[in-house]
Design a protein around this ligand. Sequence first.
Ligand code: FAD
Length: 493
Amino acid sequence: MTTTSALRDVVVVGSGPNGLAAAVTLARAGLAVTVVEGQPEPGGGVRTLPLVSDRVGPDEGLLRDVCAAVPAAAPTSPFFAELDLPARGVDLLVPEVSYAQPLDGGRAGVAWRDLARTVEGLGEDGERWRRLVGPLVRHHEDVARIALSDKRSLPVAAVVGGAGAALAAALAVLSTRAGDRWWRTDVAHALITGVAAHTITALPSVAAAGTAAYLGALAHSPSGWPLVRGGIGEITRVLVADLRAHGGQLVVDRPVRGREDLPAARHTLLDTHACVAARMLAEPFRGRLERLPVGAGVCKLDYVLSAPVPWAHPDVARAGTVHVGGSVEQMRQAEAEVAAGRHPDRPVLLVSDPASHDPGRSGRSGLRPLWAYAHVPRGSDRDVRPQAEQQLERFAPGFRDVVVDCVVTPASRMADHNAALVDGDISGGAVSMWRMVARPGPRPDPYAVAPGVWLCSSSVPPGPGVHGMGGHHAARRVLRELGLPVPSLAPGR
Ligand SMILES: Cc1cc2nc3c(=O)[nH]c(=O)nc-3n(C[C@H](O)[C@H](O)[C@H](O)COP(=O)(O)OP(=O)(O)OC[C@H]3O[C@@H](n4cnc5c(N)ncnc54)[C@H](O)[C@@H]3O)c2cc1C
């Protein structure tokens, strides 16, 4: 199948985890693959770059995860599981606390990776946590299979094997306000609501409940919510090495702005936001992609600290991910404001302190990075550092005293370092139950967007996250059209 002419078999635009997953799958099938990336380095949402600020120079040796830091979906993603990241030298670090939810008065909800320990810590709600989350944990591999499916060919064995019932029970409790009665304490309720808030949409909702069920199950699975030793960019290193080992090429610094920039190929896969992909297509294909609404945005905050975050509750410091948003009602209020296009006074933040789990992430003089982002309206050009610091100081008194500097990237500037992050939308389009299935539109094959052109980013099922499955599903469609078998992804092949 490999061509000898200048016309490549396959061009992939974009080298995020989905683009590289597609490229690796197709290169392993024997196709001539070229990946064209607009930035100087590959990886998109999975890059680790030097953290340099006005006050901290490159000699300190600090690194920042530009976008994703916690690849929670990767270990149970069928693509990454078969690729076998650990066998290729990616050290997935499993924090003993997957996530935590600090609350006022020095209290906190703590999701230990160990389910029993979590149940024990949640007091009156412990048994309720076990009844709701326990079945999801027991069936977490099937839950992941359902969540990461193409939403067209549901894995029936997974659904009927117990995961379907566990998901239905979780959705019944978590997707409406009527389900609030399930909880006896504000702690457990806030703990699970912090996970639901990952969707950056109004709370409660079916989509957010689905996210809470899926990520909530993974948090107590053997792989937990891992961090990557040395930074998440290690995953990209492995993907690029595998692509090259199978004859694939990577061209960086080559933005594709329109149809005229698209390199000629028999098949073109677009690893970018649906509305960016639309610019590369003619009508009627363009209009179909433009219908996927752009989602809410984030403002990224890359802090340099002189010491660990002084969380009021000591177990919060053991968490790989901290959800900073306060009580259930405060998070609901903040997410409703964002959905309405307003900036909340108390935004929801996601925070991770990598050096607490990977000492190598500290700098030469002992400084350390702190990864954080705040939920903001789409396209926001506001620097929300003051609001973010107010939230952090609230749950970690003395936080401001350990801040050395902070590099702020408002939502409106996110696309400067990744064209797929339109208006700071990190989800590849708005997330709702309908939009998780009809993504980018209500069509039998969401990946085929024009003759010979395939969308393979988080704008197609299964949606956002570091799992590579949007790319892998799209690549399988291409292989089916070419009558080629799906190759093994195992190391050494
Ligand atoms: C701040 C932030 C924090 C996040 N945290 C997490 C997390 O902790 N865990 C998690 O699982 N997920 C997280 N995510 C989401 C995750 O990063 C994405 O869902 C994932 O990277 C999507 O992969 P992708 O391949 O579809 O797109 P991307 O990773 O966004 O890659 C797209 C690539 O295509 C390139 N590109 C786009 N358009 C063009 C063009 N026209 N021409 C040339 N190149 C182009 C871009 O430069 C980029 O390299 C986060 C995202 C952000 C922004």
